[in-house]
Design a protein around this ligand. Structure first.
Ligand SMILES: [Ca+2]
Length: 182
């Protein structure tokens, strides 16, 4: 556990520097490392009511929550409320659904669409991120609220990414400023 915490700390510091530098990263390689670093952490603010806990593919919660801004799926975002971004969660005990879908996640194939049945996440297919199966997160809101998470699977993806191993298949090989459509 201590190893994971110190590993996560290294990624947090190095990754933040990389993310802040994404705009100046001259190669797609570095931009992918920055996005992979961002994937490890979740911190969003929003509005809603209730609480939930997610331990990898196991879920429990009673919450209705809309994520309005923060770091999620490797990007800093603010919901533009123009119909291009879907970010929220609706859980009732062992059933529910969490969604995070933006133009950027569509490009990377990292949409979060976590469908939970009897507390267990459905195996994601079709452009949904496998990373949602290794996410640990809590969300809580009383009018306004927070979602905080960390993802050991994405930490592995980040480290192996330096050796060109793309565990979650989310590398784009291009700089974000390229805005190339797939
Ligand atoms: Ca990757």
């Amino acid at each position: 556990m201590r190893g994971f915490v110190s590993g996560a700390a290294v990624v947090a510091i190095g990754g933040l520097a990389l993310i802040l530098c994404t705009g100046c990263a001259g190669t797609g390689y570095l931009a992918d490392r920055a996005r992979d670093a961002g994937d490890v952490f979740t911190a969003t603010g929003g509005v809603g009511m209730g609480a939930s806990v997610k331990c990898a593919f196991l879920n429990l919660g009673a919450i209705s929550f809309a994520d309005k801004a923060g770091l999620r799926a490797g990007e800093f975002y603010t919901d533009p409320e123009d119909g291009t971004t879907f970010a929220g969660q609706s859980d009732l005990l062992l059933m529910g659904e969490t969604v995070f879908r933006t133009p950027e996640t569509r490009r990377r194939g990292t949409d979060i669409h976590d469908i939970k049945f009897l507390g267990v996440s459905e195996v994601p297919t079709g452009g949904r991120s496998m990373g949602q199966m290794t996410q640990f997160e809590i969300a809580g809101a009383l009018g306004v609220g927070l979602r905080l998470g960390v993802n050991p699977g994405e930490l592995v993806d980040f480290f192996l990414g330096w050796a060109y191993v793309d565990v979650f298949g989310d590398d784009m090989g291009e700089a974000p400023s390229g805005e190339a459509e797939r």
